[in-house]
Design a protein around this ligand. Structure first.
Ligand code: PBG
Length: 446
């Protein structure tokens, strides 16, 4: 079919933006790309068969060469070599058959290769893997910068402070470094971020009231970002730990018990304060019971019906969060988080959380950590129609980085594979500190 365009009288390639479908339709065709994987994901640049690269532009139209395909062309065949179709047919009928190049010889095997009779098997799965074109045609899962949510650490300072345990990550100055990082991410198609604040110790209290200060770091940052990038999707973390003098996600009673309903009361105020500043998606990561329903009601009561809730449905009490807690200085001052975060040994229990979050009105269900919990991602994917998010957490990021720095693994390839595997397990979106680096790779940049 390809290459025969011109003989088709009315080839109409539809690629509609919004509701506008025109008689002449604009089609995006990358120059040096042999295969286009799905019209909604135009390929771009150097094509890597394993990933689908894109580079969106400000208008949603990919900035590539635009071809206008006319709806009707009826100008007859194009003469190239002098002979008409009838003359060519007549020549073949008369026995003057033009020569085709020879079929290539069967490649030689190395000396000593055993001579065997071929297996009499009908199923040889390797047939579908034998060339890059076939492999990319049959690829089941795709990875795109549109799937990424970029977690960013912010602080009150003007400088960007490197995070020792997370090479390549910084606590960004909310006024400068953050804006630059967001601009870089948007440039390669990552237009969703989630904010994590480093709060001065002096503002931390047992009840974490700074969490709902409308002039606090997070609301101020949201306002600044929305002012500069109105279409940026901003996710926020809803939990008390960055604001708690105890370093816990909830209010700690004298005897060490994390108080559930009282904490949820605070979380509702926190979510509303973030929504008021312009957050698009609030993400309770605290694992208190009943918080999704309570936050939904609180948001609705304040007129934020269109602010979404991404619930940390299955968040495990994991040691993979270590580097994050260093980044925010948010280690629990005593004890651990096992009375609210899930036991890493548990699978069925995720279904209890899933049912609660669905019935309470969650819009997105999240599994955390990511790679060690692929079974849980698949469990949620198969049991809910809601979008699923996976959080590739700080420890997962740092292990890949460390392996790369020590030259024990190929960092770039392992990064992309880990992200693809999270998608294959059933994640629609991935929160990953690799968002910018991976998106650059997918866009054909180094
Ligand atoms: C706390 C929170 C944590 C992370 C995100 N939100 C840490 C924790 O539960 O102690 C961890 C993210 C990461 O490790 O990358 N609300």
């Amino acid at each position: 079919m390809m290459g025969k365009h011109k003989s088709l009288p009315a080839l109409l390639l539809l690629y509609s933006f919004g509701s506008s479908v025109m008689a002449s339709t604009i089609v995006n065709m990358p120059l040096n790309v042999g295969t286009i994987k799905g019209l909604d994901r135009p390929s771009h640049g150097k094509f890597n068969p394993n990933f689908v690269p894109i580079r969106p532009s400000i208008f949603g139209l990919p900035r590539r060469h635009l071809f206008v395909v006319k709806a009707s062309t009826n100008d007859g065949p194009i003469k190239k070599l002098g002979m008409s179709d009838a003359e060519c047919e007549a020549a073949v009928v008369a026995g003057n058959i033009p020569e085709a190049p020879p079929v290539p010889p069967i490649p030689a095997s190395p000396a000593g290769t055993p001579v065997v009779t071929s297996f009499d098997i009908t199923r040889r799965p390797r047939r579908n893997r034998r060339s890059p074109v076939l492999r990319s045609a049959f690829q089941e899962t795709s990875l795109s910068p549109a799937n990424f949510v970029y977690p960013l650490f912010i602080h009150e300072g003007e400088e960007d402070t490197p995070i020792g345990a997370m090479p390549g990550c910084y606590r960004l100055g909310w006024r400068h470094g953050l804006l630059e990082e967001v601009a870089k991410a948007r440039d390669v198609g990552v237009n969703s971020i989630v904010l994590f604040p480093k709060v001065p110790d002096a503002l931390k209290t047992p009840t974490g009231d700074e969490a709902y200060n409308d002039n606090g770091l997070v609301p101020r940052t949201i306002q600044l970002l929305k002012d500069k990038y109105p279409d940026l999707i901003i996710y926020t973390d809803v939990a008390l730990d960055p604001y708690s003098s105890d370093g816990h996600d909830g209010i700690v009673r004298e005897d060490g018990v994390i108080m559930n309903d009282e904490t949820v009361h605070q979380l509702c105020k926190q979510a509303v304060s973030q929504a008021r500043a312009g957050a698009d998606v609030v993400s309770p990561s605290d694992m208190m019971d009943g918080r999704v329903g309570a936050i939904r009601s609180a948001l609705d009561a304040e007129g934020f019906q269109l602010v979404s809730i991404m619930s940390y449905t299955a968040k495990y009490a994991s040691s993979f969060y270590g580097p994050f807690r260093e980044a925010l200085d948010s280690n629990p001052r005593f004890g651990d988080k096992k009375t609210y975060q899930m036991n890493p040994a548990n699978y069925r229990e995720a279904m209890i959380e899933l049912r609660a979050d669905e019935s309470e009105g969650a819009d997105i269900l999240l599994v955390k950590p990511g790679l060690p919990y692929l079974d849980v991602i698949r469990l949620l994917r198969d049991n809910s129609p809601l979008p699923i998010a996976a959080y590739q957490v700080s420890g997962e990021y740092s292990m890949i980085k460390a392996g790369g720095v020590l030259k024990m693994i190929d960092e770039r390839k392992v990064m992309l594979e880990s992200l693809m595997c999270l998608r294959r397990a059933g994640a629609d979106i991935i929160l990953t500190y690799f968002a910018l680096q991976a998106a650059r790779c997918l866009c054909g940049e180094k």
